[in-house]
Design a protein around this ligand. Structure first.
Ligand code: ADP
Ligand code: MG
Length: 329
């Protein structure tokens, strides 16, 4: 079957169904990170691959930012399980024309974020490649039980951290080659180049066992909400007017309106569900985690699917769900 028909997630599911499962796997393929046993406890493991001209364009991204982002997107998957990241394996495919100073620059970005979170690059692999390729694997420690995508119930509230759509709007404006480099555009581009993994928020949520399900938003709110809904067998109703937008987004969204916030991708915010009785505790946690936490909707019966309504309650059509590497939208 053509991969464009199967899609990225259909392919992963096919790989999952055929995978041999050995000892000690508490959670294998299908969540933000795997959860595996070892003799003295358990670990979380996640990997992400960043490929030149697919995930980044060196015309628009500095190597320092690229290094930072490569690690950030992996730390975000550990945050999405409610874990604390610890060790990094980082492998590079490097084009022949590169110079050592450029790789130094890449590592300056990697090391600055690693330092911030107390994680260590403990190994990796280095090879020649046709274009720059960065493969990162992070190992983390779970807090309590890792929070999966699969525990949401009908009636749970749906929350997100931070603001949505900034990175996607910044990238789309960059691609339109807007000349005027305003302060607001600069803020959106910072969100695109240097996403913030929400490790403190994820860890606090996990410590208090508040979320029933959690994921990080890498491919767009609706797409990633779809993963929670599929894994938990629930539907969802999102209130568009509740989506948290930054001032820069409001200033520059123009005709794009809500598209980037709903399905833009690369937010690396946490999306989670929790029982309505936890509202007060979640509100209180927001200030401790130094990030806004906003209630944006409710889990519905699975038959109602995923819906978005505007402030008047009218259904909003969502054209693009989010990013899929193989499927044409
Ligand atoms: P995320 O967006 O959180 O990084 P992905 O959508 O990339 O998650 O992956 C979903 C799940 O599929 C994860 O558990 C990941 O480890 C697994 N996965 C992705 N690609 C492969 C692969 N080629 N072989 C095995 N598992 C994979
Ligand atoms: Mg993820």
């Amino acid at each position: 079957m053509k991969l464009s028909r199967l899609g990225e997630f259909g392919l992963i599911d096919r790989i999952r169904r055929k995978a041999a499962v050995g000892r000690g796997v508490r959670l294998g393929i299908g969540d933000d990170a795997a959860w595996v046993d070892h003799p003295r406890g358990s670990s979380l493991i996640t990997a992400d691959l960043l490929i030149e001209d697919i995930h980044f364009d060196l015309k628009w991204t500095s190597l320092k930012d690229l290094g930072y982002k490569s690690l950030a997107v992996n730390l975000s998957d550990i945050a999405a399980m409610g874990g604390i990241p610890a060790y990094v394996m980082l492998s590079l495919g490097i084009p022949a024309h590169f110079e050592s100073e450029q790789i130094d620059e890449l590592y300056r970005g990697i090391n600055s974020l690693a330092k911030k979170h107390g994680v260590t690059v403990v190994g990796g692999d280095t090879n020649m490649a046709g274009s720059l390729l960065i493969s990162v694997c992070v190992i983390g420690h779970p807090i309590n039980r890792p929070i999966r995508r699969s525990g949401a119930h009908v009636g749970d509230d749906i929350y997100v951290t931070g603001t949505l759509g900034d990175a996607a709007l910044g990238l789309s404006l960059l691609r339109q080659k807007r000349r005027r480099h305003s302060r607001a555009l600069g803020q959106l581009l910072t969100r695109h180049h240097r996403p913030t993994p929400r490790i403190a928020a994820g860890a606090l949520l996990a410590r208090r066992e508040l979320p029933t399900a959690m994921i990080d938003i890498s491919d767009g709110l609706i797409q990633d909400l779809g993963h929670i809904c599929a894994a938990s067998r629930v539907g969802a109703l999102i209130q568009q007017d509740k989506l948290p937008l930054s001032r820069a987004y409001r200033e520059l969204a123009g005709k794009t309106a809500m598209r980037c916030a709903l399905s833009g991708g690369e937010d690396y915010e946490l999306l989670f569900c929790a029982a309505p009785r936890q509202r007060k505790r979640i509100e209180a946690l927001s200030s401790q985690a130094s990030v806004a936490i906003t209630r944006i909707g409710t889990c519905a019966p699975v038959a109602s699917g995923i819906g978005v309504v505007d402030a008047s309650g009218a259904a909003v059509a969502v054209k693009a769900r989010g990013h899929d590497h193989f499927k044409k939208q």
